[in-house]
Design a protein. Structure first.
Length: 102
C-alpha cells in the first residue's frame, strides 16, 4: 500500500507550481480556458480564484445503530489509542481498524 501524504493546504493540492511559472504553458492554459480568468489577476491558482459561493450538497444523515452513550464510549476508547484529529490517511485507516476491533 503506498504511503499517503499529509495535505497541508487543500486549496493548493494538485497545483503544478512549475507549470504555473512557465509563461508558454500558462498562456496555452488561459487561451483554452478563458473562464479560468474571469475577474482574476492572470493567475488561476491564486487564492482569490476560489469561488465565493461553493456548491452545496445536501445529504441525509447516516443511520447510526449506536445510542449516544455508545458513541461517546467508542469515541473515548478510540481517543486513548489513536490521534482522532490527524489528517494523515494512514492514521485515519488505523482509526477505522481500531473502531472495528472495539
Amino acid at each position: 500500500v503506498p504511503e499517503e501524504e499529509d495535505i497541508e493546504d487543500i486549496n493548493e493540492y494538485g497545483i503544478d507550481w512549475e507549470v504555473n511559472q512557465e509563461p508558454e504553458l500558462m498562456a496555452h492554459l488561459l487561451e483554452n480556458n478563458p473562464h479560468e480568468l474571469a475577474g482574476q489577476n492572470n493567475d488561476p491558482f491564486a487564492p482569490s480564484s476560489t469561488p465565493a459561493n461553493l456548491s452545496e450538497v445536501l445529504c441525509d444523515p447516516p443511520n447510526c445503530p449506536f445510542t449516544g452513550t455508545q458513541l461517546q464510549s467508542l469515541d473515548h476508547r478510540l481517543s486513548t489509542e489513536v490521534d482522532l484529529f490527524s489528517r494523515n490517511m494512514n492514521v485515519r485507516r488505523v482509526v477505522w481498524q481500531k473502531a472495528l476491533e472495539i
